[in-house]
Design a protein around this ligand. Structure first.
Ligand code: FE2
Length: 225
């Protein structure tokens, strides 16, 4: 699977002849209060600086163990580490997408401009509002922690809406992620308590459609190659 290949590539990445590369948490592309009042600075500090950082630390630690197991030629040990690498690696990848998927309302958040993506949304779902209802309904149905996604599905040559459990990535389904909605409690609980539906309703106000449209264009171009 693509995800396994991606993780395997991450796990064996090295500077030639020397030091193992460590993954790092990307800086937010905006201030911590950028998404207020939809998502508070308090949540962004915790979510980015603590939760995302924990996935990166977990991935780096798991990769070190994997390197040791490879050195020992311990195949069973290497296989046993894959769930840990998938979880922390997925957490790193998913959150890295999530931050760039968002932008404040004052900077264009929520505005779907004319683009091939807009055309595709209207052709397949009728309107952005209709798409958001599909996404919110599916994401609300996640049992436990996970993500809701708008994806490009190469199998149908168009947009799709899926959910993934825990930190699984859409690539594990063969889909290209375009927009991710983090449905873990850590993403909303401080602001919305148990009213998760309000978080899902409001987050559309801070979607960076320029970023989503760019990902769509790239996915379509890749498909045509
Ligand atoms: Fe998260």
């Amino acid at each position: 699977m693509l995800a396994t290949k991606t993780i395997a590539a991450l796990a064996t990445r090295r500077v030639p002849g020397s030091i193992r590369l460590k993954h790092t948490v990307p800086d937010l592309p905006y201030d911590y209060n950028e998404l207020e009042p939809v998502i508070s600075a308090k949540i962004m500090h915790l979510h980015h600086d603590k939760h995302h950082a924990a996935y990166v630390a977990g991935l780096n630690a798991a990769e070190e163990k994997l390197a040791e197991a490879q050195h020992r030629k311990d195949l069973a040990g290497q296989v046993a580490l894959q769930p840990l690498i998938n979880f922390h690696g997925g957490g790193h990848v998913n959150h890295s997408i999530f931050w760039t998927n968002l932008i404040g309302e004052k900077n264009g958040g929520g505005h779907l401009h004319a683009s091939p993506l807009k055309t595709a949304i209207e052709a397949q779902y009728g309107s952005l509002g209709a798409l958001s209802q599909v996404v919110n309904a599916k994401t609300a149905g996640i049992f436990g922690s996970g993500w809701g996604w708008v994806t490009y599905n190469p199998a149908i040559g168009g947009l799709d809406v899926v959910t993934t459990a825990n930190q699984d990535m859409p690539s594990t389904l063969g889909h290209v992620p375009l927009l991710g909605i983090d449905a873990w409690e850590h993403a909303y609980y401080l602001d919305y308590n148990n009213v998760k539906a309000d978080y899902f309703k409001n987050i559309w106000r801070v979607v960076n459609w320029k970023d989503v449209a760019r990902r769509y264009d790239e996915a379509v171009a890749h498909q045509k190659k």
